[in-house]
Design a binder for this molecule. Structure first.
Ligand SMILES: [Zn+2]
Ligand SMILES: [Zn+2]
Length: 294
C-alpha cells in the first residue's frame, strides 16, 4: 500500500513539474509587474526621474539574475551517471562506490538515485519541484544564485513598497489590492526563501549538500557512540568550498561567483571537489579510497 502511494506521489510530482514552474514564474512576474508598472511611476512622481532611474536599474539587474539562474537551473542537467560513458565510469570506480540496480550502473560517492527523475544524480542535493529538476553537481550554483537574487529582490521590492505606501494610497485606489497582495507576497517570499538561502549558505561553507548533511550527522552520531570523532572528508575550509561550488578561482573570484555564466562546471562530478587533505578524515563510513580521486 505504501509503495503504491509512493509511486503515485512520485509520478504526480513528475507530471506536475510544469505546473510548479508556471506558478513560480507567475509569482515572480506578479511582483515584477507591481514593481515596474505601479511602484516605480509613484517613486518617479514623488522623488524625481533620477531616483526612478536608479531603482529601475537595480530592479532590472536583480530580475535578470533571478530569471537567468532560474531557467539555467531548470534546463541544466544536474549531471547523472546515465549521461556518462560506462567505460569512463568503470575506469574511475572506487571500492567505496555502490551499485544502482535501477540504473544498472555504478553509483559514485555522494550520488543518489532520484526516484522522480529515475536516474542517479551526481552530488545530488535534492529534487526541487519548483524548478522541476534535480539539483546536483552541474546546476547547484544556479539554484543557489536564484535563491540569493530572489531573496534580495523580494526584500528590495517589499521595503520600497512599504516606504511609499502613503503616496500610493493618495493616488491609486484602483490598484490597492494588487499592490497590497504583491507587497505581502514579496515579504513572505523573502522570509521563507531567506531561511532556505541561509541554510544553503551554511551547506556551501561547510562543504556539504542537503543529503550529505544528514549522512554526515549519522556518521557523526555513529562515531560518537564508538568514542571516535568524525569530520566531513569533503570540507576543505569555507573559502575553498565556496570557490569549488561556484567553480571560480583567480584574482577576481570574489565577484565572479555571483555573475551570470553558462560555463560548464569543471570535472566529472564523481567528487564535488578535489579533496587532497587526507588528514581531515578521522572516520569514513562508506567513503574509503576517495581522497586521491578527482
Ligand atoms: Zn540509479
Ligand atoms: Zn530528481
Amino acid at each position: 500500500m505504501f509503495n503504491i502511494l509512493e509511486v503515485v506521489l512520485e509520478s504526480s510530482m513528475s507530471c506536475m513539474a510544469p505546473v510548479y514552474v508556471l506558478i513560480a514564474v507567475g509569482l515572480i512576474f506578479a511582483v515584477a509587474c507591481a514593481y515596474f508598472l505601479v511602484l516605480l511611476p509613484e517613486i518617479g512622481s514623488k522623488h524625481g526621474g533620477n531616483t526612478e532611474l536608479f531603482h529601475t536599474c537595480v530592479g532590472v539587474c536583480i530580475l535578470f539574475n533571478v530569471i537567468f539562474n532560474y531557467f539555467a537551473c531548470v534546463f541544466t542537467s544536474p549531471g547523472t551517471t546515465t549521461e556518462m560513458d560506462l567505460e569512463v565510469l568503470h575506469s574511475k570506480m572506487q571500492a567505496s562506490w555502490r551499485f544502482c540496480k535501477k540504473c544498472n550502473r555504478p553509483k559514485p560517492d555522494l550520488a543518489h538515485h532520484c526516484s522522480i527523475c529515475r536516474k542517479c544524480v551526481l552530488k545530488m542535493d535534492h529534487h526541487c519541484p519548483w524548478v522541476g529538476n534535480c539539483v546536483g553537481f552541474r546546476n547547484y550554483r544556479y539554484f543557489f544564485l536564484f535563491l540569493m537574487y530572489l531573496v534580495f529582490g523580494c526584500a528590495y521590492a517589499a521595503i520600497l513598497m512599504a516606504l511609499n505606501t502613503d503616496t500610493f494610497l493618495n493616488h491609486h485606489h484602483r490598484l490597492l489590492w494588487f499592490r497590497m497582495f504583491t507587497m505581502v507576497l514579496a515579504a513572505a517570499a523573502c522570509i521563507a526563501v531567506g531561511g532556505l538561502f541561509a541554510w544553503h549558505c551554511f551547506l556551501v561553507l561547510s562543504g556539504q549538500g542537503t543529503i550529505d548533511f544528514y549522512d554526515n550527522c549519522e556518521s557523526f552520531i555513529a562515531a560518537r557512540r564508538q568514542g571516535k570523532e568524525y569530520s566531513n572528508p569533503y570540507n576543505m575550509g569555507p573559502v575553498r568550498n565556496w570557490k569549488a561550488t561556484f567553480d571560480v578561482d583567480g584574482r577576481y573570484w570574489w565577484i565572479l561567483w555571483m555573475l551570470p555564466s553558462l560555463r560548464r562546471k569543471k570535472g566529472l562530478g564523481l567528487l564535488p571537489m578535489s579533496v587532497e587533505d587526507g588528514q581531515r578524515v578521522t572516520m569514513q563510513k562508506h567513503r574509503k579510497n576517495v581522497l586521491d580521486m578527482v
